[in-house]
Write a new protein. Structure first.
Length: 69
């Protein structure tokens, strides 16, 4: 991953390769998470974006007998 510099106004520019890879656009929101001494930016996606994301996933597990209706 490329390094970025914090501006005097505490702003950073997300590199073009990262913006393209994660389809980030102006106005998109990201969540900033601090974890074990590092900062992660996680794109916030609307619920509509999740539609069909598990399409084709095989449902081959067996349910426990007390969970079957």
């Amino acid at each position: 991953m490329p390094a970025v510099t914090i501006s005097p106004k505490y702003q950073v520019v997300i590199p073009k390769a990262v913006r393209e890879k994660y389809a980030l656009l102006p106005g998109d929101k990201v969540e900033m998470i601090e974890l074990d001494g590092r900062i992660e930016l996680v794109p916030i996606r609307p619920a509509k974006a999740l539609k069909g994301f598990i399409k084709g996933l095989k449902n081959t597990f067996e349910r426990e007998s007390d969970r079957c209706l």
